[in-house]
Design a protein around this ligand. Structure first.
Ligand SMILES: [Zn+2]
Length: 238
């Protein structure tokens, strides 16, 4: 199986679709003032994680980094909602995107580059073709167009790893006090660590890196629905 990173269109490309949205998420985990590794906040989004049963007003606010004790208390509230192998990072947000949309959307879009949005027919086709690992969460959007198709955000869970040789020296080691995972600058030339690729999954993310990774099958199926404002860059594995 070959794998590809989803990216936006080339800088000088003419856009095929006019769709845009303005959204926020319901729940947020602030960054942390860690006594060992310092103050930090990453980013990440888990639209499928529904925290409506957690009665904690702090999670409904967007705030700056919080004290270590408060951070650990909030992480413990969120932990049961994600599998143990998925790291919880300060600065992450949870729940579906909520807001407004206008214009027309292609089968897949990637704007901003860390969010991938699928049109309803793309989700249906991917599922009908039996692709796995597709976590598509319906966005709660208001639009003036009554016939606007539903849009879904694709969730990526950091399951694979970039190859250590492409990450190089510039990385911050993980911290076992606050649970911060290893962080590094995204290397411009990158490839996957083959042994870390989750078998059989058609969508996943990488530890410490934002771009979505999709299988060759995913690309082939979505391309059947016509042009889109995304490009696919092959991500070799070694
Ligand atoms: Zn720390």
């Amino acid at each position: 199986m070959r794998y590809f990173e989803i990216r936006g269109p080339p800088r000088d490309a003419e856009w095929q679709w006019s769709g845009e949205y303005r959204t926020h998420r319901r729940w947020h985990l602030p960054g942390v003032e860690c006594p060992r590794c310092g103050t930090w906040a990453g980013m990440g989004a888990y639209p499928s994680v529904d925290l409506s049963g957690v009665e904690e007003p702090m999670l409904a606010q967007v705030t700056g980094p919080t004290s270590f004790a408060e951070y650990m208390r909030l992480v413990a509230l969120i932990r049961p909602f994600l599998p143990p192998e998925i790291p919880i990072k300060g600065g992450s947000s949870f729940g579906p995107m909520v807001g407004t949309a206008r214009g027309k959307f292609g089968p897949i879009s990637c704007d901003p580059p860390w969010e991938v949005v699928l049109r309803e027919d793309a989700v249906e086709l991917l599922k009908a073709e039996g692709l796995t690992g597709i976590i598509a969460v319906r966005m709660e959007l208001r639009s003036r167009r009554s016939n606007m198709p539903a849009l879904y955000e694709l969730e990526k869970r950091p399951l694979a790893k970039l190859h250590p040789d492409c990450i190089g020296e510039w990385k911050t080691p993980p911290c076992d006090v606050c649970g911060r995972p290893e962080m590094f600058d995204l290397p411009p030339k990158r490839w996957l660590l083959r042994s870390s690729i989750p078998e059989g999954l058609d969508v996943f993310g990488n530890h410490g890196a934002n771009p979505y990774v999709v299988s060759e099958r995913f690309v082939e199926v979505v391309q059947r629905l016509g042009p889109a404002d995304v490009t696919y860059q092959e991500l070799p594995a070694e």
